[in-house]
Design a protein around this ligand. Structure first.
Ligand code: C2E
Ligand code: CA
Ligand code: CA
Length: 409
């Protein structure tokens, strides 16, 4: 089994790369000291992600040492300097018949990097003798009996097999509508309607998540007018993968996507999970701020499951906080869960964010949340997610009772 090693004298860079390798469910070991690293037993089927510019022993020296110990892993080279360093390292490797599969300059384009590492890992583990260029072809067969393949997902995007279901959110004080969360589904030709857990991670690890989001954005824009036609003027929340925050042009892209269709960013809430704060990516704060400045609302999803600090939460420009559904589901049975929900609501208030409880399934939970001063609720008690037309009908049918929901569901 392939082990992935990351060697860079910059500890932050090591942490960052480790985090992103972990994000695609591969494990890696990080090193900041070259002399410690080369004492390790490195096998020929291992991957070494190597920074070339390190004080003391540099990357070329590391390759030379391992070569002299007959250890010939596959390298991915990273350099902070110009391309020439990479070029000469590559020449050295070629001369020694050392395999270098890819080179990156800092700052590393994480999406490309992850895609690359994932492919290389698959190649080394599945078809050791296969030509890398053919990997796209072999992906479908590899994933055959384990749900859809990346290839199928690409086809699905092209053929517009994705669709959105909307889950209403209610204001807990007035009982009125607060908005809808758009949740993606895949109408698979053979397997029926697939939930996101079957394909979001697949999209993330195969570098197709931004295409998926583009499709989601197109669908939201179309459905937005469907809601308008029915006289429903509400905010729509969309979910983005944290990986997408590494794209510095994301704010501009989303802004033009929506404004070109005459949809104001005020009508859109962007949900990101809490881990976005703990990731040591300084760029993400920049992207978050620019999204906010362009008028999008920002929601921190699954709050309570990550490890963000109060300072991080305070610094990020989120407008709402979604309390993770596990705490909400357990709050009426479990004191600890109840305390966490309470603290989340207080925290949101203190930081001037709207608190939203997800996964509200019972009247009991609704009442408990209301007593704690929670702003908004979302969950099966109110409604399951549904296609846009059904959602419009639901709103019409409920219009009369919506206001009394807090007292007599
Ligand atoms: P999430 O953002 O936390 O979405 C809430 C999930 O909880 C949804 O699952 C929803 O159907 C489910 N849910 C809502 N109310 C209740 C309830 O009362 N009880 C229970 N047990 N569950 C409830 P779903 O639709 O399967 O989505 C799963 C996750 O997939 C989402 O979690 C989100 O992280 C991700 N996702 C969904 N749509 C997209 C998308 O367009 N793009 C990206 N990147 N991720 C998406
Ligand atoms: Ca969400
Ligand atoms: Ca959530």
């Amino acid at each position: 089994m392939t082990t992935i090693y990351i060697l860079d004298d910059d500890a932050q860079q090591v942490d960052l790369l480790l985090e992103f390798v972990n994000a695609i469910n591969l494990s890696a070991s990080g090193f900041t000291e070259a002399h410690l690293f080369i004492k390790h037993e490195i096998f020929n089927h291992d991957i070494v992600i190597l920074d070339l510019n390190m004080p003391g022993m540099d990357g070329i020296e590391v390759m030379r040492k391992l070569h002299s110990q007959n250890s010939l892993p596959t390298y991915i080279l990273i350099s902070g300097f110009d391309d020439r360093v990479l070029h000469s390292a590559k020449q050295f490797a070629d001369a020694k018949k050392i395999t270098v599969d890819g080179t990156f300059t800092k700052p590393v384009d994480i999406q490309k990097f992850i895609f690359h590492v994932n492919k290389l890992h698959q190649k080394l583990n599945l078809r050791p003798n296969e030509n890398t260029e053919d990997l796209d072809e072999i992906f479908p067969t590899v994933a055959d009996n384990k749900g859809p393949s990346p290839y199928e997902l690409k086809v699905a995007l092209k053929e517009h097999q994705l669709t959105l279901h909307y889950q209403p959110q209610l204001d807990m004080k007035t009982g009125g509508l607060n908005g809808f969360e758009a949740l993606v589904r895949w109408q698979h030709p053979e397997q029926g309607l697939l939930l996101p857990k079957k394909f979001i991670a697949l999209a993330e690890s195969n570098n197709i998540i931004s295409e998926l989001t583009s499709e989601v954005v197109q669908l939201v824009a179309r459905d937005y007018f469907e809601f308008q036609k029915s006289g429903i003027h509400q905010r729509i929340s969309i979910n983005l993968s944290n990986l997408e925050l590494l794209d510095l042009s994301l704010p501009e892209k989303l802004f033009s996507h929506f404004t070109e269709k005459d949809i104001s960013p005020d009508a859109i809430v962007i949900e990101l999970t809490e881990t976005v704060l703990s990731a040591s990516v300084s760029n993400s704060l920049d992207v978050l701020n620019r999204l906010r400045m362009k008028g999008f609302s920002l929601s921190i999803d699954d709050f309570g499951t990550g490890y963000s600090s109060l300072v991080q939460l305070y610094q990020a420009p989120f407008t709402e906080l979604k309390i993770d559904q596990n705490f909400v589901a357990n709050m009426t049975k479990d004191d600890e869960a109840a305390s966490i929900v309470k603290i989340c609501i207080l925290l949101a208030k203190e930081l001037k964010m709207k608190s939203i409880a997800e996964g509200v399934e019972t009247q009991e939970a609704w009442t408990a949340l209301q007593n704690l001063g929670c702003d908004v609720a979302q969950g099966y008690l109110i409604s399951k997610p549904m296609p846009v037309k059904a959602c419009c009908d639901w709103v019409k049918a409920k219009q009369l009772t919506i206001n009394s929901l807090s007292s007599n569901i």
